[in-house]
Design a protein around this ligand. Structure first.
Ligand SMILES: [Mn+2]
Length: 259
């Protein structure tokens, strides 16, 4: 690791390509400016899921768009910065393209890892949501290898339009919003947030976790759980343009280019 580069950055939920972005290109360019601003001191960038609103890669074909963003990730990776990408509940179907093309490490399950001397529990956040049976069923089907093989046989003309339309409608309709995104309500307080409940329970059995970091919820949160443990939620790149920065001593939740 280059000694001048020692910071670790986290961000999530840009939902690039989503039809609900008013100016999708502006969001992508802002994300690229952020990556540019951190490349001088970043050792690693952890993207905690739903960076893309929809991603499905085939054996020889990947989705259109995201050119600037992927190019910037490639540049960082080529300069020795680790790129870690968690699948979210929107961009589940990332396989070997990003690892091969830009050297990204894809994570499909929550991960406990020591970073600069502290223990982190990282996840997108939908993985630990045990509230909705419908949500868990859909999640199991989406992640099933056989279902993925079947889906890959459908011409993308049909699947892409369907997926992006579904994402838009699930944003708009309250019921589906809750079941599928689980992420659009305002902060519900400590007792009303399942990520907080999960972390508190998990901490009882794994008291060595210093930082729980999640995406998915689209809120900015930094909460003390105990003397030695905090829970942070990354916010998003739809309304907050937020990220987390870790230098081995301080972990902070910030917003990029706030006027
Ligand atoms: Mn999500």
């Amino acid at each position: 690791m280059n000694s001048s580069r020692k910071k670790i950055y986290f961000a999530s939920d840009a939902h690039l390509g989503a039809r609900f972005h008013k100016d999708p290109l502006a969001v992508e360019k802002k994300l690229v400016r952020w990556l540019d601003s951190i490349k001088k001191d970043a050792a690693a960038v952890w993207l905690l899921g739903d960076i893309f609103d929809y991603w499905y890669e085939y054996k020889y074909v990947v989705p259109k768009g995201h050119t600037r963003f992927l190019g910037k990730l490639a540049e960082l990776s080529d300069n020795g910065i680790e790129i870690h990408i968690f699948i979210g509940n929107h961009d589940i179907w990332m396989f070997d393209y990003l690892p091969q093309e830009i050297g990204a490490v894809i994570h499909r399950e929550p991960l406990t890892i020591d970073l600069l001397g502290k223990r982190f529990f990282l996840a997108h956040g939908d993985e630990v949501d045990y509230r909705s049976k419908l949500f868990r069923l859909i999640r199991a089907v989406f992640r099933n290898k056989f279902c993925q093989w079947l889906y890959a046989g459908i011409h993308p003309r049909w699947t892409f339009g369907f997926a992006l339309g579904w994402s838009l409608s699930s944003r708009k309709s309250g019921l589906k919003k809750e079941a599928l995104n689980g992420n659009v309500k305002a902060y519900q307080g400590e007792a009303g947030e399942y990520l907080i409940s999960f972390a508190k329970e998990y901490l009882k059995v794994h008291p060595d976790i210093n930082f729980f970091v999640f995406g998915h919820r689209h809120i900015m949160l930094d909460l003390m759980l105990s003397k030695t443990s905090r829970l942070l939620i990354t916010g998003d790149w739809m309304q907050y343009f937020s990220y987390i920065e870790w230098d081995g001593e301080s972990l902070s939740l910030n917003q990029f280019e706030i006027e």
